[in-house]
Write a protein that binds this ligand. Structure first.
Ligand code: NAP
Length: 337
């Protein structure tokens, strides 16, 4: 059979997607972005990855988040995305907002991780080749490196943007003090930090507690939440055991030890709150992140299109009553007690 040429849904910007301004910048990001950390590697069927990418773009989810070592194997999520570009998305490059990162382990030896100029520059060049792109829209320093002068890492970001290899710079997983330095350094060189990427979900409130959310807002920097579903814990996936095809069953990034009896009881109780709101647990968890105007967007992962369909429905109701919020907080507290 001849492969049909992809043509995106003509109503992709009217299907319920909304966009939020990213800090003090010209960029609007979709409230939901698609992350390619899992399920886009060379171990995954390409047809499924392609179908999810199509679903996203067909619904106005124009932001795709990658990193050098997403896969497995390392680099293969970017290669898969490169294939998707060639096959489907190339004519629509200017409608897309594509990010990549460097910071974690990527290749052996002293120059394959952390925050040196040598690593960041080489890594981005490799990422561009894998994705078949001339530039990424956003390039992140993926983590703070305590042993490299922060000036060096930040100057590498400045030079990457000035060289046109990325349009914007961002940081991820930085402690508050280092983030303050980064924002100042970048602003003074006219390459203001576009966005901070941090883990944030109903169970993990760290960016509230350590001031990262307030700090970003004050600095005019956007905030994008990763693992908003706590890697799948905050969905219906584990209410009745651990499915064989789930991330938890792999025991790598999400361990079954997270599913304590207390956690299971809390997830069941949260699922009931969600049901009263007319939402699935996943929908409510995403809505919970998006209720806060300090949050620009959430990056979800998915292993199949049906999950994305569910996640997308979160946008139908992102407001909560004070009673609902108090009930959610009490349940979360009980999971940790
Ligand atoms: N900056 C960083 O350091 C960093 C770190 C981590 C992630 N990220 C970014 O954030 C993205 C998202 O992270 P994540 O994958 O951990 O996000 P997540 O959205 O918290 O979890 C995604 C997983 O939840 C499950 N899921 C999603 N929707 C579901 C639904 N409606 N019903 C049931 N299960 C559902 C799927 O698990 P199954 O696979 O079990 O089906 C899916 O793989 C990554 O792809 C990456 O781009 C960045």
């Amino acid at each position: 059979m001849i492969n049909p040429v992809y043509s995106p849904a003509p109503d992709r910007y009217e299907s319920g997607i909304r966009y939020r301004r990213c800090g003090r910048s010209g960029i609007l990001l979709p409230e939901i972005a698609l992350g390619l950390w899992h399920n886009f590697g060379d171990v995954n069927p390409f047809a499924n990855s392609l179908e999810m990418a199509h679903y996203a773009f067909d619904h106005g989810i124009v932001h795709f988040d990658l990193a050098n070592n997403y896969g497995p194997s390392y680099g293969s999520a970017e290669e898969t995305f490169g294939q998707i570009m060639r096959k489907s998305f190339a004519p629509f490059r200017d409608e897309l907002f594509i990010s990549s990162k460097a910071g974690y382990d990527m290749w052996p030896g002293p120059y394959g991780e952390w925050g040196s100029r040598k690593y960041l520059m080489a890594s981005l060049d490799q990422s561009l080749k894998r994705m078949d792109l001339d530039y990424v829209d956003l390039f992140y320093s993926h983590r703070f490196d305590p042993n490299t002068p922060l000036e060096e890492t930040m100057q590498a970001l400045v030079d990457i943007v000035r060289a046109g290899k990325a349009l914007y710079a961002g940081i991820s997983n930085y402690p508050t003090e280092a983030a303050a330095f980064a924002y100042k350094y970048l602003r003074e060189r006219d390459v203001p930090c576009l966005i901070y990427q941090g883990r944030y979900n109903l169970l993990n409130r760290e960016p509230e507690e350590n001031g990262i959310l307030d700090q970003a807002k004050e600095a005019g920097v956007g905030f994008i939440a990763f693992s908003p579903l706590a890697q799948g814990l905050l969905t219906g996936r584990y209410l009745d055991g651990i499915p064989a095809d789930s991330r938890m069953a792999k025991e790598k990034f999400l361990k079954s030890s997270a599913l304590t009896p207390r956690m299971h009881a809390a997830l069941t109780a949260l699922n009931e709150v969600a049901a009263r709101r007319g939402q699935s647990l996943a929908e409510m968890a995403l809505a919970w992140c998006l209720k806060d105007d300090r949050v620009t967007s959430v990056i979800v992962g998915a292993s199949r299109v049906s999950q994305l369909e569910d996640d997308f429905k979160a946008l139908e109701n992102t407001s909560f009553t004070p009673e609902e919020l108090a009930e959610i907080d009490a349940i979360v507290l009980s999971a940790k007690a």
